[in-house]
Structures are given as structure tokens and as C-alpha cells.
Write a protein that binds this ligand. Sequence first.
Ligand SMILES: [Zn+2]
Ligand SMILES: [Zn+2]
Length: 273
Amino acid sequence: MTFLECTVHCHTNLCDGKNTPAEMAAAAAAKGIKVLGLSGHSHTPHDDSYCMSVENTARYREEIARLNREYEGRLTILCGLEWDQWSDENLSDWDYTIGSAHYVTGPQSGIRHSVDHNLETLQGAFKDFDGDGLAMAEAYFTAVAGVAAKGPTILGHFDLLKKLNGDGRFFDETHPRYRAAALAALEAAAGKVQALEINTGGVARGYREEFYPAPFLLKRWKELGGEIILTADAHSTDGLLYAFEQAAAYAKAAGFEQAVVLNGQGKLEKCTL
Ligand SMILES: [Zn+2]
Ligand SMILES: [Zn+2]
């Protein structure tokens, strides 16, 4: 398989995506994709805004099984999960998992603040950290390391916290404290996860010009001997392979010659960039 024949970070309307699983499968087949990994947001008791409900999780499984019968021999649809740090789902119950941290816990209030939902939620977190954006970043990367320790197949949008920090108003992404926290989490993830994703979703939706993760992290991941996988965090059919060619060039610039894809059994296979 080439990296353009596999896309595994994809959402449907059973969580916060726009299209049905059937529409995503039809669009994937039309683009010549061989493996479509659906990765619905895992059921998470405290948040019903973007995660799959228990009912939708059951529908999700049924619909993927039905679509695999319909597309047999043309397209495999993997039943994956974007596993949230606070989810009550088991990681072992799925074809593969993407482990993601979307929250920081406020040290004063104990509130779980979403770091990527909107500026208000991130501002709420920032205030909870007394305006110390670097302390907020340290807490975020500690959460990422905690997710990695669970052993998901793929570690999701490693530095998602930067999504709404395009103008640097919350923290300085070149600050030694920021970099040390991010690198410590990355080093803790090495050997725990099978691949790190280069996620084009934040660029697709116009938040940032830089993919997740930042180049200094990608270069360190290469030194650590880690694998990478290109993903789009697609929330609609038109995003399935968003900027994969640019993401491949981004990976090459960090020293990678190969990435991995997931095969029809959800296992890693190498591919050339
Ligand atoms: Zn996510
Ligand atoms: Zn996602």
C-alpha cells in the first residue's frame, strides 16, 4: 500500500463528524483508498458534546460490520477508536486505537478544560493555571504521556495544545520549559505506542500552518527510532486525505524515509514516503 491508500483518523456523524459511515466509505472507495480506519471519539462519561454515546457506539460497530460486507474485496473499514484520556472504553476491544489527550485539569478548580474546543475553554484553563501558560503546557504533556502509557496503537495529535495558540498568546512554543515538557512526554511515549501520527487536521481547519507535531518533536522521534503515520483527522468526506503529500514532505524534512500504514487487519506495514 502507498500512504495515499490508507487513512485511519476519521470521524463520522456518530460523534462530531459531518458524514455517515456509509458516506465516508463511499468517498474512500471513490478515492482508491484500500483501508479506511474509522476512529470515533470514545464514549467519555463527563462529555457528551463530541464523543459517541453508548447507543451510537453500538450503531458504529454494526454499521462498520455491514459496510465491510458491502465493500468486501474493494475496501476494508477498520473499527478503530480515538480513545480519550477520560474514556471508559477498553483499548483492547478495537481493531486499533488512537490515544488522545483533549483536556487539562485545572489545579485550582479541578475542572477538566478542553484545550482545543474553542478559545473560551482554553482561556478557562489558562485562568485556572493563574495565567501561567507554560504550567498549562506542562500539565497537558503530562496528560499525553499518561495516554501513551496505556499503549494505544497510535499517539494522536501530540501537541494539540498549540491549536489555538497561533499568535503565541498563551505560551511561547520556543520556551525551554515548553520544549522540555513536550520532549519528556515524547521520550516517555517511545516504546509504548506503535506510531506517532502526523496529523493534518489543524491545518485543514485553518487553525495553524504547521501540522502536529512540531518539527523539533518529529526530529527527536526519528532519533528515538519511532514510526510515523499520516492522518487527516477527517470530519467529512472531503478531508479524507487532506494534505497527505505535504505531510509526507514534512516527514522527509525531519529525516523520515518511510512511514507506516495500517493493513486490513489493523497491523502496521511500512510504506515509502
Ligand atoms: Zn482528537
Ligand atoms: Zn480526531
